[in-house]
Ligand binder design. Structure first.
Ligand code: PNS
Length: 172
């Protein structure tokens, strides 16, 4: 497929705390399927994120330079309402393992109930990335492990600085 079908806008929602190589892979593949992909960060401070929404947006934008038809945004409240406000009729989600499927299916059905016609499309994660999650990347780096290739290089730098900063402030 050389040209994505015209007119279909997809939302790729998530926490992206921070973006991983697995997310990038889904965005790249999604950008070949839809005319616009809106990568939308959920603003939910209750989750106690490592990075602010502004920082996550910046990392996403920097990681996505060169991707055409992809934009970055943030939203609050119901995803189904946000999707409608953006004129999107597709939600894009990556599935890493069958264990992801139960929760993802529940969300997909709830979103379609809230907004009939809003379809969720699942992309299976590429084998290389199927074990990566933002949570695990943060755990590995905070314990001194190597995360090279699991996140874009600019995210790796930011993570190293953020973790070093945390360690410095918590030891004083
Ligand atoms: O990256 P995540 O944390 O797996 O993303 C989860 C996300 C943001 C897709 C999900 O929590 C969400 O859509 N939240 C918005 C609130 C909402 O619409 N809830 C009802 C349907 S599940």
């Amino acid at each position: 497929m050389t040209q994505p079908p015209s007119g279909v806008v997809a939302i790729y929602p998530g926490s992206f705390d921070p973006i991983t190589s697995g997310h990038l892979d889904v965005i790249e593949r999604g950008s070949k399927m839809f005319s616009r992909v809106i990568v939308a960060i959920l603003q939910n401070e209750a989750k106690q994120p490592l990075f602010t929404v502004a920082e996550r947006m910046e990392m996403l934008r920097e990681s996505l330079t060169g991707f055409s038809g992809v934009e970055v945004d943030a939203f609050q409240g119901l995803l189904a309402e946000y999707a409608m406000a953006k004129g999107a009729r597709v939600i894009l989600r990556g599935i890493r393992a069958i264990s992801d499927y139960e929760y993802e299916l529940q969300m997909a059905l709830m979103n379609r109930r809230l907004q009939p016609g809003l379809e969720t499309i699942f992309l299976p994660a590429s084998e290389t990335f199927s074990f990566i999650s933002s949570k695990m990347v943060k755990e590995v780096i905070s314990l001194g492990g190597n995360i090279n290739g699991l996140v874009p290089p600019l995210v790796e730098d930011r993570l190293k600085r953020r973790i070093a900063n945390y360690k410095r402030t918590s030891s004083t």
